[in-house]
Structure formats: structure tokens, C-alpha cells
Design a protein around this ligand. Structure first.
Ligand code: NAP
Length: 287
């Protein structure tokens, strides 16, 4: 397929690389152009603008950051919907607002462009290995057309229903991620406090009932004192806000607590660190 790819960050870059490896032809655009260098060296075409990435392509994939960024990339001047070819499919893989996903699908339909929401789970390692899980929403016929493309980056692709339902499924996933991230960071703080060797704890825990890919990923980084992001605090806090919005009046006490800790971990140190930095807020609270 001829694909326009927008957003080559921690997730977008390895996802785009898998599509290239699967034989698709890509035109890649990133706001900071230097971040497309590796993909261009691997055979992708360089697009100098969103319009250039979109023009003439049968499929466009966006992988940006916050709902405001998605809105800007789709609806801003020179945005995706102004340039997408009639009959094309645009797939937003960012974790974004279900309400925005519905609005983009409606505005796309007015121009004969199908807009699907297709957020992902699995982190940069899953993107590199092509083992992501994709939660899709939107027009079923358009979904069927791009499913083979999505399967090049994912082990599992599920269509949840109408526009916005992929984002809703991802927010359910992020509710689980919130609880699991808190659990791993809290357990790490305890292991540290009682003087256990984190590597030995990892060895005995990972194969038991409490083991998980998220445990492995976060614990390994914590044990190495590495707070670089696989998943940025800024994006975690964005997801938690979307979860609370989706829940409306229904209380989600765990999500409230994780939000408070994540905001404390971000305060004064920026949101570019990884979610494992939650441990700093837990340890500071203990002091
Ligand atoms: P990232 O490394 O920060 O990359 C974000 C990308 O979006 C960058 O290429 C950035 O361009 C671009 N961008 C941001 N705002 C933009 C704007 N207004 N206009 C144009 N481009 C813009 O983030 P990421 O970790 O890849 O995450 C991307 C999305 O996937 C987020 O919605 C995140 O919540 C979700 N997600 C992340 C993970 C994970 O583990 N990392 C897992 C699942 C889902 P620049 O290079 O110019 O900044």
C-alpha cells in the first residue's frame, strides 16, 4: 500500500519501520524533521509537510501525542483532512479523546475520507517486534481495507465498533495500566526499603502470578536507575484525564490516586521522564 505516515516518536518510528519491512511504500513526516532520518535511510520517502505526506496516498497513519495535537494535525491549516484523497482511509493510532475521534470521523465522511481510531498497546518494544495490540473503532468496511496493514505492526487487532470505540477500549486498557504501574512502583519502593536485591526479586516474581510485561519493563528500568521514557509521564497523565472524562460521575478511586502521584512525579521535573518515575513520588511521600 502507499502510506502517508505522520509522527515518528517513540512509537511511530518503530511502527513505520515495520510497515517498510513488510513492503509498503511510505512517505514520512515529522514536525522535527531530523527524527525521520533513520526511516528515510531505510527507504521511506521524506515528506516536508502534512500535506505532502497525505497527498495521493490510499492510507494515512497518524501517531502524535495529545488530543490537541491530533486536532491540529487533522483540522489545522494544511491539515490531514484538507488534503486526504477522497476514498482514502486515515488511521489515528494516538491515544486520544473518543469524542474527538467521533468528530473526525464525521468531518472525514463529509469529504469521503474514512477516519478510524486505532490506538495501540505494547510500548516501543512491542512496536519494534510487531506484537502490539490494536483497538480499532470506525467504519467496518474501511477497517477491513486497512486490517492487513495494521497486522504488520500488531499481533492482535480488534474492531470494537463505531468511531470512538477504539479509544474507549484503550481507556479501559489504561485503567489497568494505571493500577499496574502503581503496583510495580509501590512494590519497588518496598523492596528498596527492606533492602532486597531488585534483580533477585525480579527473578522470583516475574514467573509468578504477579509477573507481566509491564512489570518486567518497569522493574528492569527502576533497578537500573533509568528514568528515560518508554511511556512518557505527560502521556500517562493525558490518558488518566481521558479515563476520568470517560467515567463521568462513576468514581475510579485508583485512577484518582495514580493521577495525584503522577502529577507530583512530574512537578518541577517535566513530563518527559518515563512512568516508572512514579516511584519518586511514592518515596518522597514516605519521607
Ligand atoms: P513521542 O515519542 O512523544 O512522539 C510524539 C510524536 O508526535 C512526535 O513525532 C512528535 O513530533 C509528534 N507531535 C506531537 N505533537 C505534534 C503536533 N502538534 N504536530 C505534529 N506532530 C506532533 O510519543 P510516543 O510515546 O510515540 O506516543 C505517541 C502516542 O502513542 C501518544 O498518544 C501516546 O499516549 C500513545 N502510546 C504510547 C505508548 C508508549 O509506550 N510510548 C504506548 C501506547 C500508546 P516531534 O518529534 O516534533 O516532537
Amino acid at each position: 500500500m502507499r502510506v502517508g505516515w505522520i509522527g515518528t516518536g517513540l512509537m511511530g518510528e518503530p511502527m513505520a519501520r515495520r510497515l517498510l519491512a513488510a513492503g509498503h511504500r511510505l512517505a514520512v513526516y515529522n514536525r522535527t524533521p531530523s527524527r525521520t532520518r533513520k526511516l528515510v535511510a531505510a527507504g521511506a520517502g521524506a515528506a516536508g509537510s502534512v500535506a505532502e505526506a497525505v497527498a495521493g496516498n490510499e492510507v494515512v497513519v497518524t501517531m502524535v501525542a495529545l488530543p490537541a495535537d491530533v486536532e491540529q494535525v487533522f483540522l489545522g491549516p494544511g491539515g490531514v483532512l484538507a488534503h486526504a484523497a477522497p476514498g482514502s482511509v486515515v488511521v489515528d493510532c494516538s491515544t486520544s479523546s473518543p469524542e474527538l475521534a467521533r468528530r473526525l470521523a464525521e468531518q472525514g465522511a463529509e469529504r469521503d475520507v474514512a477516519v478510524l481510531d486505532a490506538p495501540v498497546s505494547g510500548g516501543p518494544a512491542g512496536a519494534e517486534a510487531g506484537t502490539l495490540s490494536i483497538m480499532a473503532g470506525g467504519d467496518a468496511e474501511a477497517y477491513a481495507r486497512v486490517r492487513p496493514l495494521l497486522a504488520a505492526v500488531a499481533a492482535t487487532v480488534v474492531h470494537h465498533g463505531p468511531p470512538g470505540s477504539g479509544q474507549l477500549a484503550k481507556l479501559v486498557n489504561q485503567t489497568l495500566v494505571a493500577g499496574a504501574t502503581l503496583a510495580v512502583c509501590e512494590a519497588y519502593a518496598l523492596a528498596h526499603r527492606v533492602g532486597l536485591d531488585p534483580e533477585l526479586v525480579r527473578e522470583s516474581t516475574r514467573v509468578g502470578v504477579a509477573g507481566s510485561p509491564l512489570f518486567d519493563f518497569l522493574w528492569t528500568r527502576l533497578a537500573a536507575g533509568d528514568l528515560e521514557p518508554g511511556f512518557k509521564l505527560d502521556h500517562f497523565i493525558k490518558d488518566l484525564a481521558l479515563v476520568r472524562e470517560a467515567a463521568g460521575e462513576s468514581p475510579l478511586p485508583g485512577v484518582g490516586l495514580v493521577t495525584e502521584l503522577a502529577e507530583r512525579a512530574r512537578a518541577g521535573r517535566g513530563g518527559g521522564r518515563g512512568t516508572q518515575a512514579l516511584v519518586t513520588a511514592i518515596m518522597e511521600r514516605a519521607r
